[in-house]
Ligand binder design. Structure first.
Ligand SMILES: *Cc1c(COP(=O)(O)O)cnc(C)c1O
Length: 452
């Protein structure tokens, strides 16, 4: 930590910008990023003090290979020297074609089940979810079932911030109450039992309830959408892979498409390449995003089976009705291809397992804190759940003092480190998280929540 003169940038930000889920308010703390390299960020606070921190968040699940990765930097530079963007209507280019081939080659497979073989490139995760939901409705209409316009989801889910995506997020913790006239109409099954405490009986009971709900609404439902195995922004809830098998069976029985939102879980984060692979279940539609470009540029994709693609294309509309201006952006695709090339070398599997063990042993001592309700890990994800709301500002600031960047929400302080994190980096993250929680939540009674 070194004292340096303030730059005034934070003050200028406060006068002009919005931040995620934040009021246009002058009193939330902000840190200016001066540099990012490997797993480290160089932050400057409002007083001009610099802090070097390990990014425990991978910039919200995305920077899996760390910052300024030489292979990704080179791919971006190479594409920049060729061309950065061209429209995708009527034109194509190598980066997009290669990306589609990579994704189809990596997608989950199972014997006797059609694979995911058609790719729609979208600008962000939320847009990929919009496209998936749109495609499901178009598929049902083209199959002679135009009354199937609603979706079945599970409580505690998060699928993005655009309207259709918000509509399948948890109806209580999500944003339904702010837009009641625009988000009604979907159907929600209970949240599956927690992985740590689930039994075959509790999974079975949940599956029966899911089955009943699907049976009662099947004439109106186009698809089921879930985050497989790990619900992220809806509460960092891990659930048994057997639930995916139940979801597949219910979808098949009632003519529903099964959509897996792998935007957070994809590309190795939960210990398998896709969370669907924990159960060997193949969805009809899959969304990926976040880590797709290794955190460099926004890009997402929706994959579907050949049957869905041909049915929708043969329907009255004759096309999938979506087409972003920046669809298939070559710069983003080129970086994604470089990132998937690193994934394809397979080293992520040992990295994720190693980081997972480090998180488990490093975070377990948090259970001794009075304020802590639960500690859990899955893949390279570690979660400290408090009994009450986290004082976000105080915990963030304390963690920075311990050299760690975290962004808690609700009652959760969690981490998903870059795959390149060393044992020492993981130790720094877990020690910093525990120290921050202890300093803020053990000495004084829990304060109020703060920003998301
Ligand atoms: C982040 C996320 C989204 C939304 O992605 P954006 O790129 O922020 O639009 C959708 N689904 C899940 C599971 C996510 O974690």
């Amino acid at each position: 930590m070194t004292g340096v003169a303030p730059t005034g940038l934070i003050e200028r930000d406060r006068a002009r910008l919005w931040h995620p889920y934040a009021p246009a308010s002058p009193d939330l703390p902000l840190w200016e990023v001066g540099a990012a390299d490997g797993v480290r960020l160089r932050l400057r606070d409002e007083d001009g003090t610099c802090h070097e921190v390990v990014d425990a968040m991978s910039s919200w699940w995305s920077a899996i290979h760390g910052y300024r990765h030489p292979v990704l930097d080179a791919a971006a530079r190479r594409q920049l020297e060729s061309f950065s963007h061209v429209m995708f209507g009527g034109l194509t280019h190598a980066p997009a074609v290669e990306l589609a081939e990579w994704l189809v080659g990596m997608a989950p497979t199972a014997p006797g089940r059609p694979g995911l073989e058609r790719v729609f490139l979208a600008d962000s995760g939320s847009v990929a979810v919009e496209v998936a939901l749109k495609l499901a409705v178009q598929f049902q209409t083209a199959s002679g079932r135009p009354s199937r316009q609603r979706f079945l989801s599970i409580r505690g889910g998060y699928h993005g911030d655009t309207f259709a995506a918000m509509g399948v997020c948890d109806p209580v913790d999500g944003m339904h109450s702010a837009f009641p006239g625009l988000l009604a109409g979907n159907v929600f099954a209970p949240r599956p039992p927690a992985a740590a405490s689930a039994t075959p009986e509790s999974v079975q009971a949940w599956a029966l309830e899911l089955q009943d709900i699907a049976a009662n609404h099947s004439g109106e439902l186009a698809a089921i959408i879930v985050e497989p195995v790990l619900q992220g922004a809806g509460g960092m809830h891990a659930y048994p892979a057997e639930c995916l098998t139940a979801l597949r069976q219910v979808a098949d029985r009632h003519g529903l498409l099964l959509i897996f939102d792998e935007i957070a879980t994809g590309f190795g984060r939960t210990g398998e390449l896709f969370a669907a692979d924990h159960a060997g279940v193949v969805p009809d539609i899959m969304c990926v995003g976040k880590a797709l470009t290794g955190g460099y540029v926004t890009l997402a994709a929706m994959l579907c089976t050949g049957e869905i693609a041909s049915t929708v294309s043969g329907g009255q509309a004759g096309a999938l009705l979506h087409g972003p201006t920046f669809m298939g952006n070559p710069l983003a695709c080129a970086v994604a291809n470089a990132s998937l090339g690193i994934i394809a070398d397979g080293c992520w599997r040992a990295d994720v397992a190693r980081i997972g063990l480090g998180l488990e042993s490093g975070l377990t001592p948090a259970l001794e804190l009075e304020a802590v309700r639960d500690v859990r890990t899955i893949g390279a994800v570690g979660v400290i759940e408090l009994k009450g709301p986290v004082d976000v500002t105080a915990v963030t600031t304390a963690a920075i003092r311990h050299g760690v960047w975290v962004r808690p929400f609700r009652n959760l302080v969690y981490t998903m480190p870059p795959y390149i994190s060393t044992a020492a980096d993981v130790d720094q993250i877990t020690a910093g998280m525990i120290a921050a929680v202890a300093e803020v939540h053990e000495r004084v009674p829990a304060r109020s929540g703060g920003a998301v």
